[in-house]
Design a protein around this ligand. Structure first.
Ligand SMILES: C[S@@+](CC[C@H](N)C(=O)[O-])C[C@H]1O[C@@H](n2cnc3c(N)ncnc32)[C@H](O)[C@@H]1O
Length: 384
């Protein structure tokens, strides 16, 4: 069965609700195009004016500048607008979602599925995911109201489209999955796995995109949240994809040793600590067959590539958007972690974004082209 090019279980919106969401997209675009550059310029000016003081503490230059910016109106307005736009986004989704939640949960109860979904009532969601509502999404990833409930997944799915302002392949919000495959095909044009695992699948956007390239491959996707895997399953089934979803911790899964040809994730690692990333890499190593491939796609920059304003902006994610590990992740030494886990043929690169991966195509670069044009990728092989 061909994979559908739209998602039949996306939250339906009245014209008024859709236009409220279009307003949020416009507001986010306005902040990026009109307010962001003012703050960038102001940050450079603050640095210049305070040069001697900052030089003494150069390691944390951006923190000194940020603290001074926090006393200025443009920066405070920027923070206020960023937070407001994010909260307006979730509010604008909650209204249509709650109106149709019962119908959505019924639609998500798939009869005769091709794939499967398994949630674990005894599962303890890692504390770092329940401690705060990641992305300021009310209830976070982990809130669940009833068995089979899809609320958080549905909210995250529509939120992803608005958050990316359509730039991650429209409402499908799946360019990450295509870009991950593009990297794999650039590494190995003959890639034909029997069994693969995706970690941190969320609403299943990238999962369905990946599965579209791999007819005949047994695909498993896991996430720590029941509400997300329930929704991801319903979304995948409605779109014609065959995927086995389960609620599991990526750092300690219940799969057997050496049972996958590829283990991957899309934008999961930056939501975990350095310590957990090491556990996840060790788990990937355990799960892979000899010669198997580990691939993690991530946010499109590393700390050393960011300019002053980029670093201040990275702090914003932790301070105001409930992304406690964002800033730390940009500096994590994945190379050492992967090496210590035993991986070889390690590649750290930026992959050009695509909406259709081609075998032998796909471009890797040393420098990022920026948001929605590149994704950072770390990939490596388990020795034979
Ligand atoms: C930003 S979302 C991933 C988006 C998704 N992969 C995509 O491309 O659309 C990060 C996901 O990682 C999951 N996650 C974080 N830590 C995890 C862990 N230890 N085990 C399983 N899932 C985890 C979160 O629940 C969340 O759904």
């Amino acid at each position: 069965m061909a994979i559908a090019t739209h998602n039949p279980i996306m939250i339906e919106r009245s014209q008024r609700e859709a236009s409220e969401q279009a307003y949020v997209v416009d507001l986010k675009k306005f902040i990026a195009s009109d307010i962001d550059p003012i703050c960038r310029e102001l940050a450079d000016t603050v640095r210049e004016v305070n040069l001697p003081e900052i030089n003494e503490q150069s390691r944390d230059e951006h923190i000194v500048v940020r603290k001074k910016l926090e006393k200025t109106k443009p920066y405070r307005d920027w923070v206020h607008l960023m937070r407001t736009a994010q909260d307006m986004m979730w509010d604008s989704i909650a209204t249509p979602l709650d109106r149709q939640l019962e119908a959505l949960n019924t639609k998500a109860d798939i009869k005769n599925p091709r794939g499967s979904v398994t949630v674990d009532p005894g599962f303890t969601v890692p504390r770092y995911l329940t401690k705060s509502d990641v992305h300021r999404m009310p209830g976070g990833y982990a809130a669940i109201n009833a068995d089979g409930d899809v609320r958080q997944g549905a909210m995250y799915d529509l939120g992803g489209f608005i958050y990316h302002m359509g730039g991650n392949n429209g409402t499908l919000n799946d360019a990450r999955g295509h870009t991950l495959m593009s990297h794999i095909y650039a590494r190995d044009p003959d890639f034909n796995p029997q069994r693969i695992l995706e970690m941190g699948c969320s609403a299943g956007n990238s999962s369905v995109a990946i599965s579209g390239y791999l007819a005949g491959t047994e695909m498993h996707s896991i996430d720590a949240s029941a509400g997300l895997v329930n929704y991801a399953h319903a979304r995948a089934e409605s779109m014609g994809a065959t995927i086995h979803f389960s609620q599991q911790d990526a750092a300690a899964t219940n799969f057997e040793d050496s049972s996958f040809d590829m283990v991957c994730s899309c934008v999961m690692l930056h939501e975990t600590s350095k310590h957990t990333i090491a556990d996840i890499f060790n788990e990937c190593y355990r799960l892979l067959k000899p010669g198997g491939l580990m691939v993690h796609l991530e946010v499109p920059y590393r700390y050393e590539d960011l300019d002053l304003w980029g670093r201040i902006r990275a702090d914003y994610e932790g301070q105001h958007n409930n992304e406690p590990f964002w800033r730390g992740f940009l500096e994590v030494d994945l190379e050492t972690i992967a090496q210590q886990a035993g991986f070889i043929d390690r590649i750290e690169t930026y992959q050009d974004v695509t909406r259709k991966a081609e075998r032998g195509g796909g471009k890797m670069r040393e420098k990022s082209l920026g948001v929605h044009r590149s994704w950072y990728i770390y990939s490596a092989i388990k020795p034979k």
